[in-house]
Ligand binder design. Structure first.
Ligand code: CDP
Length: 205
């Protein structure tokens, strides 16, 4: 069975947590597409070549989750040739047998608009900055610094010409500002379970 869940949204909205929980619940494979851009940014040198030559080892680097790696990712992600080099891998992943969940910025709009379920996960910049600040190991940056970074990154991700961050027309919006992790995960699971039941019912003779 092929079944694709696309989860898009801005930094620290809860996409990763929701995606991992969904993958576990439904037995789907999970791809955090932000890691691809983080790995390209972290490699340094020519970002287009880095994207074209990306290897599984590049994705296993320990430093990809840092605030700096997120910044570098959002810069290289604005380069159309970098994005183009990463499309085929993501599309293949989306159609793998057994179901797939991909989280990122443009999964429902560009990478896989045919996804059976599209979620757009958001929260206010203040809430997202607080979450990001609380989860950072080194408190080298203040909450205000993190809030500024979140705002800058939102502006860059939404303002770029190629694959800007925006909800697909038929995406289900999930605002997690006032939600616990468990509530957000439950809401996402409910959307998917509904669609999965429909798809399975259509397959019956
Ligand atoms: O976890 P967080 O949302 O902070 O970052 P991420 O999802 O790892 O993404 C890092 C950066 O990569 C984002 O700010 C985007 O600029 C870029 N990105 C993208 O352009 N398209 C994607 N599908 C995923 C990430």
């Amino acid at each position: 069975m092929q079944f694709t869940v696309a989860i898009d949204g801005p930094a620290a909205a809860g996409k990763g947590t929701i995606s991992r929980a969904i993958a576990r619940e439904f037995g789907f494979a999970h791809l955090d597409t932000g890691l691809l851009y983080r790995a390209v940014g972290a490699k340094g040198g020519n970002p287009v070549l880095a994207a074209q030559e990306l290897t599984p080892d590049d994705l296993a680097r320990a430093d990809l989750r840092s605030l700096e790696a997120g910044e570098a990712a959002s810069r290289v992600a604005a380069i159309p040739e970098v994005r183009a080099a990463l499309v085929a891998f993501q599309r293949d992943f989306a159609r793998r047998e057994g179901g797939a969940v991909l989280d990122g910025r443009d999964i429902g709009t560009v990478i896989f608009p045919m996804a059976e379920v599209k979620l757009f996960v958001t929260a206010t910049p203040e809430t997202r900055a607080r979450r990001r600040w609380l989860e950072a190991d080194e408190k080298s940056a203040s909450y205000e610094d993190v809030l500024n970074q979140v705002r800058e990154r939102d502006a860059r991700d939404m303002g770029r010409a190629d694959a800007p961050l925006r909800p697909a027309d038929d995406a289900v919006l999930l605002d997690t500002t006032e939600m616990s992790i468990a509530q957000a995960v439950d809401a996402a699971k409910a959307s998917i379970a509904r669609k999965l039941a429909q798809v399975q019912a259509q397959k019956q003779p």
